[in-house]
Design a protein around this ligand. Sequence first.
Ligand code: OGA
Ligand code: MN
Length: 205
Amino acid sequence: MDQLELRDDEIEALGMRGFFVRDAFLGKERAHAVHSEARERAQAGTLKPAGIRRGADRTEDTSVRDDFIGWILPEAGSALGSLWEAFSELGGALSAGAYLGLGRFDLQLAHYPGGGARYVRHRDAFPGQSNRRVTAIYYANPDWRPEHGGMLRLYLEDGTLDVEPTLDRLVVFLSERLEHEVLPAHAPRLALTAWYYGRDGAGLR
Ligand code: OGA
Ligand code: MN
Protein backbone atom coordinates (compact mmCIF):
# COMPACT_ATOMS: atom_id res chain seq x y z
CA MET A 1 0.00 0.00 0.00
CA ASP A 2 1.25 3.49 -0.80
CA GLN A 3 2.23 5.62 2.13
CA LEU A 4 -0.62 7.86 3.15
CA GLU A 5 0.09 11.49 2.36
CA LEU A 6 -1.97 14.60 2.75
CA ARG A 7 -2.52 16.81 -0.26
CA ASP A 8 -1.61 20.50 -0.09
CA ASP A 9 -5.26 21.53 -0.35
CA GLU A 10 -6.14 19.26 2.60
CA ILE A 11 -3.40 20.74 4.79
CA GLU A 12 -4.44 24.24 3.79
CA ALA A 13 -8.12 23.56 4.50
CA LEU A 14 -7.28 22.16 7.93
CA GLY A 15 -5.37 25.32 8.83
CA MET A 16 -7.72 27.85 7.23
CA ARG A 17 -11.15 26.36 7.89
CA GLY A 18 -10.36 23.76 10.56
CA PHE A 19 -11.34 20.69 8.52
CA PHE A 20 -11.07 18.75 5.31
CA VAL A 21 -13.06 15.94 3.67
CA ARG A 22 -11.49 13.12 1.64
CA ASP A 23 -13.54 10.62 -0.34
CA ALA A 24 -12.36 7.13 -1.34
CA PHE A 25 -10.11 6.92 1.71
CA LEU A 26 -9.64 3.12 1.57
CA GLY A 27 -11.14 2.19 -1.78
CA LYS A 28 -14.43 0.42 -2.45
CA GLU A 29 -13.43 -3.12 -1.59
CA ARG A 30 -11.87 -2.32 1.76
CA ALA A 31 -14.68 0.10 2.56
CA HIS A 32 -17.31 -2.60 2.08
CA ALA A 33 -15.29 -4.97 4.27
CA VAL A 34 -15.15 -2.32 7.01
CA HIS A 35 -18.89 -1.84 6.67
CA SER A 36 -19.55 -5.60 7.04
CA GLU A 37 -17.41 -5.96 10.13
CA ALA A 38 -18.77 -2.79 11.72
CA ARG A 39 -22.34 -3.91 11.08
CA GLU A 40 -21.58 -7.32 12.58
CA ARG A 41 -20.31 -5.68 15.74
CA ALA A 42 -23.37 -3.47 15.93
CA GLN A 43 -25.66 -6.46 15.44
CA ALA A 44 -23.80 -8.57 18.00
CA GLY A 45 -25.24 -6.30 20.67
CA THR A 46 -21.94 -5.64 22.44
CA LEU A 47 -21.88 -1.90 21.85
CA LYS A 48 -22.82 0.28 24.81
CA PRO A 49 -25.17 3.30 24.88
CA ALA A 50 -22.90 6.34 24.63
CA GLY A 51 -25.32 8.61 26.44
CA ILE A 52 -24.85 7.06 29.86
CA ARG A 53 -23.95 9.68 32.44
CA ARG A 54 -20.87 9.07 34.48
CA GLY A 55 -22.57 10.57 37.52
CA ALA A 56 -24.17 8.88 40.49
CA ASP A 57 -27.21 7.30 38.93
CA ARG A 58 -25.75 6.40 35.49
CA THR A 59 -29.08 6.90 33.81
CA GLU A 60 -29.18 7.17 30.05
CA ASP A 61 -29.07 10.71 28.85
CA THR A 62 -30.76 10.30 25.51
CA SER A 63 -31.19 14.03 25.11
CA VAL A 64 -27.51 14.41 24.17
CA ARG A 65 -26.61 11.41 22.04
CA ASP A 66 -28.39 8.23 21.05
CA ASP A 67 -25.57 6.18 19.56
CA PHE A 68 -24.03 2.91 20.74
CA ILE A 69 -20.26 2.70 20.95
CA GLY A 70 -17.33 0.32 21.26
CA TRP A 71 -13.55 0.65 20.93
CA ILE A 72 -11.57 -0.72 18.00
CA LEU A 73 -8.13 -2.16 18.75
CA PRO A 74 -5.33 -3.04 16.35
CA GLU A 75 -5.99 -6.50 14.97
CA ALA A 76 -4.11 -8.20 12.15
CA GLY A 77 -6.10 -9.69 9.30
CA SER A 78 -9.39 -7.87 9.78
CA ALA A 79 -10.85 -4.94 7.87
CA LEU A 80 -11.33 -2.95 11.08
CA GLY A 81 -7.69 -3.71 11.93
CA SER A 82 -6.61 -2.36 8.55
CA LEU A 83 -8.68 0.76 9.19
CA TRP A 84 -6.84 1.12 12.51
CA GLU A 85 -3.56 0.98 10.54
CA ALA A 86 -4.82 3.59 8.09
CA PHE A 87 -5.72 5.90 11.00
CA SER A 88 -2.27 5.32 12.43
CA GLU A 89 -0.72 6.40 9.12
CA LEU A 90 -3.08 9.35 8.98
CA GLY A 91 -1.77 10.49 12.37
CA GLY A 92 1.77 10.33 11.02
CA ALA A 93 0.79 12.25 7.89
CA LEU A 94 -0.94 14.95 9.96
CA SER A 95 2.13 15.32 12.14
CA ALA A 96 4.49 15.45 9.15
CA GLY A 97 2.33 17.58 6.85
CA ALA A 98 0.52 19.87 9.24
CA TYR A 99 3.03 19.97 12.11
CA LEU A 100 0.42 18.86 14.61
CA GLY A 101 2.73 16.77 16.82
CA LEU A 102 0.21 14.00 17.30
CA GLY A 103 0.83 10.95 19.43
CA ARG A 104 -1.53 8.12 20.26
CA PHE A 105 -5.16 7.86 19.22
CA ASP A 106 -8.35 6.12 20.29
CA LEU A 107 -10.65 4.59 17.69
CA GLN A 108 -14.36 4.26 18.37
CA LEU A 109 -17.16 2.58 16.46
CA ALA A 110 -20.48 4.41 16.79
CA HIS A 111 -23.78 2.94 15.66
CA TYR A 112 -26.83 5.18 15.39
CA PRO A 113 -29.76 2.79 15.14
CA GLY A 114 -32.00 5.16 13.17
CA GLY A 115 -35.38 6.32 14.47
CA GLY A 116 -34.09 9.90 14.79
CA ALA A 117 -30.94 9.03 16.77
CA ARG A 118 -28.67 12.06 16.98
CA TYR A 119 -25.82 13.76 18.81
CA VAL A 120 -26.44 17.37 19.74
CA ARG A 121 -24.07 20.24 18.93
CA HIS A 122 -20.80 19.90 20.80
CA ARG A 123 -17.04 20.14 20.66
CA ASP A 124 -14.72 17.17 21.16
CA ALA A 125 -12.18 19.14 23.19
CA PHE A 126 -11.81 22.45 24.95
CA PRO A 127 -8.80 24.76 24.67
CA GLY A 128 -6.27 24.23 27.41
CA GLN A 129 -8.26 21.45 28.99
CA SER A 130 -8.18 18.39 26.81
CA ASN A 131 -5.33 16.93 24.85
CA ARG A 132 -7.55 15.74 22.03
CA ARG A 133 -6.21 17.65 19.07
CA VAL A 134 -7.63 16.12 15.92
CA THR A 135 -10.85 14.23 15.22
CA ALA A 136 -11.01 11.97 12.16
CA ILE A 137 -14.29 10.28 11.23
CA TYR A 138 -14.69 7.49 8.68
CA TYR A 139 -18.16 6.63 7.43
CA ALA A 140 -19.29 3.11 6.52
CA ASN A 141 -22.78 3.56 5.06
CA PRO A 142 -22.96 2.05 1.56
CA ASP A 143 -26.65 2.70 0.94
CA TRP A 144 -26.92 6.17 2.41
CA ARG A 145 -29.65 8.36 0.89
CA PRO A 146 -30.66 11.95 1.75
CA GLU A 147 -33.86 10.77 3.45
CA HIS A 148 -31.72 8.75 5.87
CA GLY A 149 -30.45 11.98 7.44
CA GLY A 150 -27.62 11.63 9.93
CA MET A 151 -25.49 14.31 8.28
CA LEU A 152 -22.53 15.67 10.18
CA ARG A 153 -23.22 19.39 10.62
CA LEU A 154 -20.07 21.46 10.96
CA TYR A 155 -20.32 24.94 12.48
CA LEU A 156 -17.89 27.10 10.52
CA GLU A 157 -17.08 30.79 10.78
CA ASP A 158 -19.22 31.57 7.76
CA GLY A 159 -22.14 29.26 8.46
CA THR A 160 -22.87 25.58 8.65
CA LEU A 161 -21.89 22.76 6.34
CA ASP A 162 -23.68 19.40 6.27
CA VAL A 163 -21.48 16.44 5.36
CA GLU A 164 -23.19 13.27 4.14
CA PRO A 165 -21.97 10.12 5.95
CA THR A 166 -21.35 8.16 2.76
CA LEU A 167 -19.24 5.03 2.36
CA ASP A 168 -15.45 5.52 2.40
CA ARG A 169 -15.60 9.23 3.29
CA LEU A 170 -13.15 10.67 5.78
CA VAL A 171 -13.64 13.94 7.65
CA VAL A 172 -10.77 15.42 9.61
CA PHE A 173 -11.10 18.45 11.89
CA LEU A 174 -9.37 20.22 14.76
CA SER A 175 -11.08 18.92 17.90
CA GLU A 176 -10.90 22.18 19.82
CA ARG A 177 -11.93 24.37 16.97
CA LEU A 178 -15.04 22.97 15.32
CA GLU A 179 -18.43 22.60 16.91
CA HIS A 180 -20.45 19.91 15.21
CA GLU A 181 -23.49 17.69 15.57
CA VAL A 182 -25.04 14.57 14.10
CA LEU A 183 -28.45 15.40 12.66
CA PRO A 184 -31.25 12.88 13.35
CA ALA A 185 -30.56 9.60 11.57
CA HIS A 186 -33.58 7.78 10.15
CA ALA A 187 -31.66 4.66 9.11
CA PRO A 188 -28.82 2.77 10.79
CA ARG A 189 -25.61 4.83 10.60
CA LEU A 190 -22.06 3.61 11.18
CA ALA A 191 -19.09 5.85 11.89
CA LEU A 192 -15.57 5.16 13.08
CA THR A 193 -13.98 8.05 14.90
CA ALA A 194 -10.34 8.50 15.86
CA TRP A 195 -9.23 11.10 18.38
CA TYR A 196 -5.56 11.98 18.21
CA TYR A 197 -3.83 13.23 21.32
CA GLY A 198 -0.97 15.69 21.48
CA ARG A 199 2.44 14.16 21.98
CA ASP A 200 3.14 16.60 24.79
CA GLY A 201 -0.27 16.18 26.39
CA ALA A 202 -1.07 19.84 25.81
CA GLY A 203 -3.87 21.30 23.72
CA LEU A 204 -3.45 22.95 20.35
CA ARG A 205 -3.44 26.74 20.55
C1 OGA B 1 -18.55 12.20 18.07
C2 OGA B 1 -19.13 12.83 16.87
C3 OGA B 1 -19.81 12.69 14.56
C4 OGA B 1 -20.23 11.72 13.49
O1 OGA B 1 -18.61 10.95 18.20
O2 OGA B 1 -18.01 12.93 18.92
O3 OGA B 1 -19.28 14.02 16.88
O4 OGA B 1 -20.42 12.17 12.36
N1 OGA B 1 -19.44 12.07 15.78
O5 OGA B 1 -20.39 10.54 13.79
MN1 MN C 1 -17.92 14.93 18.28
